[in-house]
Design a protein around this ligand. Sequence first.
Ligand SMILES: Cc1ncc(COP(=O)(O)OP(=O)(O)O)c(N)n1
Ligand SMILES: Cc1ncsc1CCOP(=O)(O)O
Ligand SMILES: [Mg+2]
Length: 212
Amino acid sequence: MYNKLQYISQGKTIEEQLYNIHQALDAGCDWIQMRFKNQTAKNTFALAEAVKFLCEEYLANFIVNDNLYLAQQIAADGVHLGLTDMKIDQARAILGNTKIIGGTANTFEDIKNHAKNGCDYIGLGPFRFTETKEKLSPILGLSGYFRIIEELKKHNIQIPVYAIGGITLKDISPLMETGIHGIAISGMVTKSEEKEKLIQQLNEKLYANVIV
Ligand SMILES: Cc1ncc(COP(=O)(O)OP(=O)(O)O)c(N)n1
Ligand SMILES: Cc1ncsc1CCOP(=O)(O)O
Ligand SMILES: [Mg+2]
């Protein structure tokens, strides 16, 4: 089963991205999504190669945002695709069954379709407003997660769901009570001055009810 915390990278340059990703790995993040927007193919490839190398060193999962062909080219662990990116079934046909394919959802219908098309996990959001992403889908709030997870249970659809969007430490416990699997975070981890402490606190909350 997938880890419950995914870090989504930030940074306007290759150097900034690498710094942030390295810091997150050092602090204990073991799942990185490289999100590097509006860049040349050359820059994105150069960063992806460096991140792949780093993640191998830290034994972390490494997925690429948006770009399936880049994920394939550098043999990343997978890709995260949004509602306007490549379709999940097409991506599955290209990547095969060994790679992770994550899909964005804002509604129950989105999740139902993704699950049917071979998606491995869902990034469901946004939970609340965030400056990290432009053109946000409608905000779900806690009640949105409760409603959608209940609907999934009713239809017996089983797929790990990650909450995303403006999440802070105090949101984790109430979000986990909705029945989600984990969270995807960008800003809070990037901005933290005490990343190791933060990751530990996040993991304590995320794994509070896991029996080993
Ligand atoms: C885990 C996770 N969930 C959702 C998203 C958002 O993907 P998308 O809607 O394609 O938006 P961009 O990230 O591409 O701007 C995500 N990246 N990760
Ligand atoms: C990529 C993405 N998709 C929906 S919200 C979001 C950004 C999440 O970042 P943050 O944790 O900084 O709000
Ligand atoms: Mg996308």
